[in-house]
Design a protein around this ligand. Sequence first.
Ligand SMILES: Cc1cc2nc3c(=O)[nH]c(=O)nc-3n(C[C@H](O)[C@H](O)[C@H](O)COP(=O)(O)OP(=O)(O)OC[C@H]3O[C@@H](n4cnc5c(N)ncnc54)[C@H](O)[C@@H]3O)c2cc1C
Length: 499
Amino acid sequence: MVMPMSASSCAINSQQCVLPLNVHRCASGSYQNVARDGFLCLESWRLSGRRGGGLCQHVKVGRKGRKVVSMVGGVQVQERSKDGVAKEDAVQTVVIVGAGLAGLATALALHRVGVKALVLEQSGGLRTEGTSLSLFPNAWRALDALGVADKLRGSFINITGARMRAPDGKVIKEFQNSDLSGGPHELRAVERQSLLRVLAEALPSDTIMFNSRVKNIRKPRDMQSLTEVELENNTVIRTKVLVGCDGARSVVASWMGRTEPKPVGQTAIRGLSDFKSNHNFEPRVEQIIGQGVRAGLVPVTKNKVYWFVVFNTTPSVPSRISDPNKIKEEALSYIQGWPSDIQECIRNTPLESFSRSNLRDRWSIPLVTPQQAANGITLAGDAAHPMTPNLAQGGCTSLEDSIILTRKLCEALRTEKKEEDPSVLAKRISSALIEYESERWARTFRLTVKSFVFGSLLALDSSLICFFRDNVALPIAFRASVVFGSSKFDCGALPPPLD
Ligand SMILES: Cc1cc2nc3c(=O)[nH]c(=O)nc-3n(C[C@H](O)[C@H](O)[C@H](O)COP(=O)(O)OP(=O)(O)OC[C@H]3O[C@@H](n4cnc5c(N)ncnc54)[C@H](O)[C@@H]3O)c2cc1C
């Protein structure tokens, strides 16, 4: 018996392998593609039974026989015919949407405890653009728990202090991290692409499916039914747990009914300067606070420095600029006459590293925010708690999410029995996700609000109020204990792997 299926796509590491094939199921239960358009297809899919679903192997077929190349995520892929009828069942324990920081960290945490996850990423590879993320002690604890922190520590400068200045160079306040007891207070600005690469490299090579944009989610009303995730190429994947890690404009969050993050009235331009040889910056965070404009820099490596310029989004500010030359011009225009170090950083930034975004956040309140945890669907990272970057905690809390979500899920899956009624497992998963969400909400809601308030203080633009801010409020508020206050959180270790 031959059952036609449509095309599917997968990617192993960043190497894309689209399978524009006709795949057929043979009587033996294996899948084989056949000649199409007069060409001999060199790939096929073979399925074999496995607890909780099938095992899908990516098989390379040559003229002299077949050779297994790799397994794709332990996932069964369900294809739909033109009439939309499902052709094959598909089951996955955990599907993660998005291979950003939250998605990769969650997949890795699950991998460390022996739970296989499939990550669906819309792009053709890991994000290579972008600048750096300042990672505070709470992030380093999570990276330690994931077992990858030491792969990053050696490459990025340990930041030992901070200084805040006025645009004329006058120091408003400075401190050393060591002023604060209970250290070490580890702070490093890590290049985003290195962070993503280190996380991805620690994952089994078949974990991420690139070119897999999720367009729709379906959840039958009965709780024990699996969630269906539909990709843009009409592939449908069924899963017991769905984790939306697809960023601030999350498809999963919007399917849940969450509102779009709202602009807070500030625009950020950032970049990573490359000095080619050693720069002479002290290992400290520099912030320069003006009226309705602020800028800052953080040394990243011996020759790279991360910088940002944030300004109020007044009606005359264009909502979008994509030409990097114009973005550079705009950034420089806001800091004319400011200390030369920040200008030097901008001038030494390769054009491809400039990025510009309107800052947004969402204040999620459980009673009025639609939840889906009871249905085995949850969110992590920016999808769950988009916040402004004023405390540099968005990425740090995404890492915390990965450990805490995994700990909760691990408990639910640990007691899974072989012949268990699916509704019993569904109930345990649902309780685990409800606990995860309430625990995370308590932390991330506070940070979202705190970050907004701090950003609003820095964005003040009236000269009288700014005089009070710079001479009274900031000298009190800008202290090591306040800056590191949010990063005391310890997400804890991962539990031992499941049997
Ligand atoms: C100006 C600025 C400065 C910042 N500085 C810091 C800092 O110093 N420290 C810090 O900790 N945080 C910082 N942040 C926050 C940090 O960048 C985010 O919190 C972090 O990137 C969130 O990661 P994420 O994985 O949740 O989302 P993202 O990084 O947005 O990743 C989402 C992924 O999902 C994919 N995706 C989206 N939709 C789909 C779909 N439908 N199907 C499949 N895939 C999809 C995307 O392609 C992407 O790969 C800053 C943010 C901004 C804006």
